[in-house]
Structure formats: structure tokens, C-alpha cells
Design a protein. Structure first.
Length: 81
């Protein structure tokens, strides 16, 4: 049994208590999503033979993703895992 953790390091504002890496600049969000999708495709061999049962989005504020960006990430995960 395996799980997938997707780190979204973008936030609308900084929280003093946060220990995750994050940035409040959204200018690289599109590039990050593209790179993330590429990495999902490159790492799918690591899950061969294992059931992936959990998908967790965390890090900064995953809700900064647009519906389209979230859909693209989920589609890549579904395709590869």
C-alpha cells in the first residue's frame, strides 16, 4: 500500500507558524504545475506493484491552484498510478 503527497508551496500570505517551504509569489505557479506533472510521469515506475490508496495535497495552500491546474495534476496521477 502506498500514498502520494503533492507539495504545493504557494500561499496567499505568510503564516508565522508554518514550517513548510512556501512562497507568496504566484508568478511561478504555472511552471511549477508543468514541472510537477512531468515529475509524476518520471516517477511512476517507483509505484509498480504497489496499490496507491492515498493522495494528499499539502505544503502551502493547495487552494491557490485553479480548477484546471488541479484537474491536470489529478489526470497525470490517474494516468501514471
Amino acid at each position: 500500500m502506498a500514498g502520494i503527497y503533492i507539495h504545493i508551496p504557494f500561499c496567499r500570505q505568510a503564516c508565522r507558524y508554518c514550517d513548510f517551504y512556501f512562497t507568496v509569489s504566484l508568478q511561478y505557479l504555472d511552471g511549477y504545475v508543468s514541472s510537477l506533472i512531468k515529475e509524476i510521469g518520471e516517477r511512476n515506475d517507483s509505484a509498480v506493484g504497489r496499490d496507491t490508496t492515498t493522495l494528499y495535497f499539502g505544503g502551502g495552500t493547495p487552494s491557490v491552484l485553479t480548477e484546471k491546474q488541479m484537474g491536470m495534476i489529478l489526470e497525470a496521477i490517474q494516468k501514471c498510478y
